[in-house]
Design a binder for this molecule. Structure first.
Ligand SMILES: [Zn+2]
Length: 199
């Protein structure tokens, strides 16, 4: 697979998935009465971990795309994204995690097959977090370019198996840095490159 700005994102996602596997294994050892409490603990831990790893990722992505060394409040930047409505996913990340936790607890109590509920919840949480890490990567990239003083960027669709069919029409299009369109769909792995000023 070709190297893209998401190579480091993939490493973060893989790390998080290993951690989630570990956390959800713990739920299986709780009895029914403790399910609500156990699910709260797991999702609180998952959320804290996602915030920490997203901050680390934003720090690295910002540095990789900056022309000079600058101070960047990665934690503040990530927290703002966590609490903002995302036009691509159509939810606020923090609220979505809370909803997922509530559904998981409900499902676990009602289900005759708790193991399946756990697997399903783990998969859904992993997908939500992976999407968030993609969004952090893209938004951090654009912010670093803006801080570089770059005025225009060019849209690039992923060259590998994750190429977005929806985005093919945007490939190579030029946008003013303050009018970079939101990702057209979830799982979009497009990015932007800096354009030299032509005037
Ligand atoms: Zn795309």
């Amino acid at each position: 697979m070709a190297t893209t700005p998401y190579s480091k994102t993939d490493k973060t996602i893989a790390y998080l998935n290993r951690q989630y596997a570990r956390m959800f294994r713990r739920v299986t050892s709780f009895d029914e009465l403790n399910v609500i409490e156990a699910s709260r603990e797991v999702y609180d831990e998952a959320y804290t971990l996602a915030e920490r790893e997203a901050t680390r990722l934003a720090e690295v992505i910002y540095k990789d795309h900056s022309k000079e060394e600058r101070v960047f409040d990665a934690a503040g930047f990530v927290l703002a994204l966590i609490l903002a409505y995302n036009p691509v996913t159509k939810y606020v990340f923090k609220n979505e995690i809370d909803r997922k936790r509530a559904r998981f607890a409900e499902g676990l109590i009602a289900s005759d097959t708790p193991h399946e509920e756990i697997e399903r919840a783990k998969r859904l949480l992993a997908a939500t977090n992976a999407q968030f890490m993609d969004d952090v990567t893209f938004d951090t990239m654009v912010t670093a370019f803006r801080d570089n003083g770059t005025r225009y960027v060019r849209w690039v669709t992923s060259p590998d198996d994750r190429r977005c069919k929806v985005c093919a029409a945007m490939d190579g299009k030029r946008y003013p840095i303050d009018r970079v369109p939101p990702k057209p769909h979830i799982h979009c792995r497009c990015w932007v490159t800096e354009e030299a000023d032509t005037n």
